[in-house]
Ligand binder design. Structure first.
Ligand code: CA
Length: 231
């Protein structure tokens, strides 16, 4: 059984907040509400959300400040900023602060739904790349736990398959060990986690790279993490 997608609505205007909650619940999301920046901060620290709808102008802590704080603390939950008309400048800085998308009020709920689904698709590697995709010269088949090329077929562990699926969904981007551990293992980083990630990458490279001393598929970015270059 699939659990519902959890969305946090941060909006101080009661009518808009209630309208969003009703709409999201109607579309089978679970929706939590925060009426100001402080409550949003508390809720996001207590629980894990799949997506945050964040109003820009909020009492106590602004949406802009919240977004900045969350990104600085490593929170990777996708954020869609809700801005009022005539706040173009804030809209742009909102994106620079790490929001994934923005909507200008008044917006259509159908448009918002489309944006929410687009952001969630980008976040979910399974939905983004599917079960079969090409990966650095290999044909990956996640459900069969294999990668194949013209000359051979290599078996993968479930974890290795999840790792390549995550890289395939996020090409050309530096992925930190913390991010990989959080997204693939579903846990927040520990000292042991760092070693676990490195060990799995090493084993995976031994299976798919021509030369593990000079990896070309999953590259090491010194001091930052790893990067998958899709051709
Ligand atoms: Ca507001």
């Amino acid at each position: 059984m699939q659990t519902k997608v959890n969305i946090l609505i941060v909006e101080d205007e009661p009518k808009i907040r209630q309208g969003l909650k009703d709409f999201l619940e109607y579309h089978d999301f679970a929706a939590a509400e925060a009426v100001d920046g402080l409550e949003a901060q508390r809720l996001a620290a207590e629980r894990r959300f799949d997506l945050i709808l964040l109003d820009l102008m909020l009492p106590k802590i602004s949406g802009e400040q919240l977004c900045q704080q969350w990104r600085q603390s490593g929170l990777q939950t996708p954020i869609i900023m809700l801005t009022a008309k005539g706040q173009e400048q804030e809209k742009i800085s909102g994106l620079n602060l790490g929001a994934d998308d923005y909507m200008t009020k008044p917006f259509s709920l159908e448009e918002l739904l489309a944006r929410i689904l687009a952001v969630l698709r980008r976040m979910s590697p399974g939905r983004a790349v599917g079960q079969r995709f090409s990966f650095g010269g290999w044909e990956a088949d996640i459900s069969a736990l294999t990668v194949k090329n013209h000359s051979r077929s290599v078996e993968l562990t479930t974890r290795e398959a999840q790792i390549i699926q995550y890289f395939a969904a996020h090409p050309h981007r530096i992925i930190s060990r913390d991010e990989l551990y959080e997204k693939v293992w579903g846990e927040s980083m520990t000292e042991l986690g760092t070693r676990t990630v490195d060990m799995h990458i090493a084993k995976l490279r031994a299976k798919i790279e021509k030369d593990t001393a000079e990896p070309q598929i999953i590259k090491t970015v010194r001091g930052a993490g790893y990067k998958y270059e899709n051709e």
